[in-house]
Design a protein around this ligand. Structure first.
Ligand SMILES: Nc1ncnc2c1ncn2[C@@H]1O[C@H](COP(=O)(O)OP(=O)(O)OP(=O)(O)O)[C@@H](O)[C@H]1O
Ligand SMILES: [Mg+2]
Length: 274
């Protein structure tokens, strides 16, 4: 697929022609339903089905996406498959169905490393820093695909997270939880990604630190980097989300704007504590 217009509303509407994986049933989803129309989104995992190795499927026809200028948030109960969906979009899972597209290109067959080269940054939920390396070494490791001078990018990250400048010579493992998450986000930014994926960036931090992290994430989004983020602080995350997804048992349960989901009685009752 080379014609990015085939993903748009104006283009070819026959999905069996428009996408090489032959899914033809994606038309008709709109915000407020289980799954919004996403074919034209900047980064999208569409109709993803698959699991780990030869194990049972974890994802069932799961669709998540983020468009330019957006913060998209994925929420749902523990074990719903949120991290699995993120890993699938990043290429860490062999999909049995569905596909992943980036800027109109089908990237389903790219390795994670090639996806980084293509412009994706990913902060996984666990083991997202090197604890024994210093803060600065962590950032340098983040720049592994770059051959040019990375110091300007590092300065930008220190401007975004000033505490990391102060602690740059300290082993990252000695930092507080919130500071370690800043290292992880900073490390992902070192490749100058065109889109950033964050899996629970505020896990295990206090409400004040959570608010600060969200402010920094909004700041990153304002620099023009779309953000696809999993959050267990569902209410707060949906407040800053342009678009939200509720995943349950590996499938889309609800989708809409952040405000729509926050106002939806069913979503409130089942996922936001009333
Ligand atoms: N590496 C793995 N190998 C096999 N099964 C896994 C692996 N990682 C997760 N799973 C299984 O996949 C399912 C979904 O897990 P996943 O981590 O994606 O959920 P989650 O929504 O991110 O949960 P949480 O809110 O706890 O982070 C669970 O049943 C889990 O046991
Ligand atoms: Mg998870």
């Amino acid at each position: 697929m080379t014609d990015s217009d085939s993903y748009s509303d104006r283009g070819n509407r026959d999905r069996s022609i428009a996408n090489p994986h032959g899914r033809g049933d994606l038309a008709g989803f709109r915000a407020g339903t289980a799954r919004p129309s996403t074919e034209s989104a900047y980064l999208a995992g569409i109709g993803m089905t698959g699991g780990y190795g030869k194990g049972a499927d974890i994802l069932h026809d799961c669709t998540i996406s983020v468009d330019r200028g957006e913060i998209a948030v994925i929420v749902g109960p523990n074990g719903a498959g949120k991290s699995t969906a993120m890993k699938a979009v990043f290429g860490m899972l062999d999909l049995r169905g569905g596909y992943v597209s980036l800027d109109g290109q089908d990237i389903t067959d790219l390795s994670p490393q090639d996806r980084v080269v293509a412009g994706m940054g990913f902060v996984p939920q666990v083991r997202n820093i090197f604890p024994s390396l210093t803060v600065e070494e962590n950032l340098e490791m983040g720049a592994f695909i770059r051959r040019d001078d990375v110091r300007a990018t590092m300065e930008q990250i220190y401007d975004l997270f000033p505490i990391l400048r102060d602690k740059r010579r300290q082993p990252a493992g000695e930092l507080s939880g919130g500071q370690r998450q800043q290292v992880a986000v900073g490390r992902a930014l070192m490749t100058k990604p065109k889109v950033l994926m964050l899996d629970e960036p505020t896990a295990g931090v206090s409400p004040i630190v959570m608010d600060e992290l969200f402010d920094r994430i909004i700041e990153v989004a304002r620099t023009g980097i779309p953000i696809l983020m999993v959050e267990q602080n569902a209410r707060q995350a949906l407040e800053i989300a342009d678009k939200g997804y509720v995943l349950v048992q590996g499938a889309n349960a609800y989708a809409g704007t952040g405000a729509e989901l926050l106002a939806d009685p069913e979503v409130r009752k089942s996922f936001l504590g009333g």
